[in-house]
Design a protein around this ligand. Structure first.
Ligand code: GLN
Length: 533
């Protein structure tokens, strides 16, 4: 373990979905605002190697990092809060741990030993936790353990962090996030579930240093004292986490509760710095006090589960605040969108976004939405599959290419305007084999995207197998759909725009992954601006 890096582990108890990711990100923000370098890691107890092969219904959005890792959506929160990139090392699943242990076993690296959960799996977990610390870049590595304490599947993770604490007493801190339920009938907050959850942790040899208590009502001194006494923590280490209006309030609430101070004290670090949250507060002010409102339709196939489009929704929050504008999203199910009802569904919207996606379901609805936005001159942003739909729509309805399609959905189409990428043709495995991560793109001067970014060379993250078919490029450009962003190395079309339209942009990449609180994404900024006009 590198001497200077401190490790903070965040576990969860009583119930899932208490917001470990947001608490981790908020603490990281506070430490960062005091001048420390911080990164956050998520350990997920499931057996998939990564969430790339998971349906969004299972696990929400798959977030993609600069280095092309397909990760848990919490990494999106980490980047949005900290404004620093994460990487493959920031998200580790049980599947990945086992994969690497089994690979070593097959290579004979365990020298004839029986390979076991303890020590081999736990050692592998400990190594993965320390990869980030060993870079020497960070004062703090905050590691969030997915799942709820007591789950069978997270046991090896808990055992690994117990060992780390035992080996490096001074460098390790445990935070346990728990729930204090309110019984309306008796008008009481109950601490028993928390006591039990801490007891379970103690059975595994882990004594939490700090308890962050999710609650709907303020915790008074009496309740705090009771929790402290029964859970064996100091009174000041009982931190209230009351339900917040937005996730972006949480760092400020944690600051009020002095979470960062308690952490620093425990780790025997100086308290002389103060957290500078000026920019954060400015953002929050504009987010909560917009001077105008626009409504944008988000057309996708997973709209019942808003976590599927988490980064897009957050990017609108960032871009909205910067434009002093509330962006109201109308979630529109592409599957239910038809020629007959598209007008009724989209009329009156100031903008339309067609979302990324895979597969057949809802594709024709997405194409109808593009057509409506194009013909009615409504500002439009198409992302990945959304861009591909814009190309298909233009081919069919402007270029007269009847039956034009993407070969992903209709391999026999007479006009394969979206085709499989050369490098994807031989791919048979599904996991981690798409075109992933950051690639360069060169923008055409004078285009809307160029105006948005204010520069020619950009780099954006990708997650796709199909691409614009360049053999049709000339036809498209003649007819008014221009390629205004192109990969300079291989000529892949990255951006298309339609002429004689106020703002019609389709991008093969995913701008939403790079939007953060202090750095709203230029394309979302420009799109929101266009919807205001
Ligand atoms: N399914 C499309 C492709 O693989 C688009 C992917 C996406 O929208 N992320 O190219």
């Amino acid at each position: 373990m590198s001497k200077s890096t401190k490790y903070i582990f965040v576990t969860g108890g009583v119930a899932s979905s208490l917001g470990k990711g947001i608490i981790s990100a908020s603490l990281a923000k506070l430490l960062q605002a005091r001048g420390y370098s911080v990164t956050i890691q998520k350990l997920d107890p499931y057996l998939n190697i990564d969430p790339g092969t998971l349906n969004p219904y299972e696990h929400g959005e798959c977030y993609v990092t600069e280095d092309g890792a397909e990760t848990d959506l919490d990494l999106g929160h980490y980047e949005r809060f900290l404004n620093t990139p994460t990487s493959q090392a920031n998200n580790v699943t049980t599947g990945r741990i086992y994969q690497s242990v089994i690979t070593k076993e097959r290579k004979g690296e365990y020298l004839g030993k029986t390979v076991q959960v303890i020590p081999h799996i736990t050692n592998e977990i400990k190594d993965h936790i320390q990869i980030l610390g060993n870079t020497g870049e960070y004062d703090f590595v905050i590691t969030e353990i997915g799942g709820t304490v007591g789950d069978i599947e997270s046991l090896p993770f808990i055992e690994a962090i117990r060992q780390l604490k035992w080996e490096n007493h001074e460098e390790v801190l445990f935070i346990h996030l728990t729930l204090i339920p309110y019984l309306a009938a008796s008008e009481e907050l109950k601490t028993k579930p928390t006591q039990h959850s801490v007891k379970t942790l103690l059975e595994y040899g882990v004594q939490p240093d700090i308890l962050v208590c999710r609650t709907e009502h303020h915790l008074n001194k009496e309740i705090r004292t009771k929790i402290a006494r029964f859970c064996n923590v100091e009174l000041e280490a009982v931190i209230e986490s009351i339900d917040a209006e937005t996730i972006y309030d949480v760092p400020l609430l944690m600051q009020e509760e002095r979470l960062d101070e308690v952490v620093l004290k425990h780790l025997k670090m100086p308290l002389n710095s103060t957290a500078d949250l000026k920019k954060w507060k400015e953002f929050l002010y504009h987010h909560k006090n917009p001077v105008q409102e626009v409504e944008i339709g988000l057309v996708g196939k997973y709209v019942e589960l808003k976590d599927s489009y988490k980064s897009i929704a957050e990017a609108f929050i960032h871009a909205g605040a910067a434009n002093q504008c509330k962006v109201k999203l109308k979630w529109i199910s592409s599957e239910d969108l038809t020629v007959e009802n598209v007008e009724k569904e989209l009329r009156g919207l100031q903008g339309v976004l067609v979302a990324p996606g895979f597969g057949t379901r809802g594709i024709e609805g997405k194409i109808e939405a593009v057509k409506y936005a194009r013909e009615n001159k409504i500002p439009f942003l198409g992302i990945c599959l959304g861009m591909q739909c814009a190309v298909i729509e233009y081919a069919r309805n402007v270029l007269g290419m009847e039956g034009a399609h993407t070969v992903e959905i209709k391999p026999s189409t007479p006009y394969p305007v979206i085709d499989i990428m050369q490098e994807q043709k031989s791919v048979t495995d599904m996991g981690g084999t798409m075109r992933l991560g950051a690639y360069p793109c060169e923008l055409k001067e004078g285009s809307n995207v160029y105006k948005a970014y204010g520069k020619k060379e950009i780099s954006e993250r990708h997650r796709h197998r199909y691409e614009f078919n360049n053999s049709y490029l000339e036809d498209f450009e003649k007819a008014g759909m221009k390629a205004t962003g192109v990969n300079p190395e291989n000529n892949l079309v990255e951006v298309v725009e339609v002429e004689n339209h106020p703002w019609f942009v389709g991008v093969q990449f995913h701008p939403e992954y790079k939007s953060t609180v202090v750095n709203p994404h230029p394309l979302f900024l420009a799109f929101v601006k266009a919807t205001i006009q």
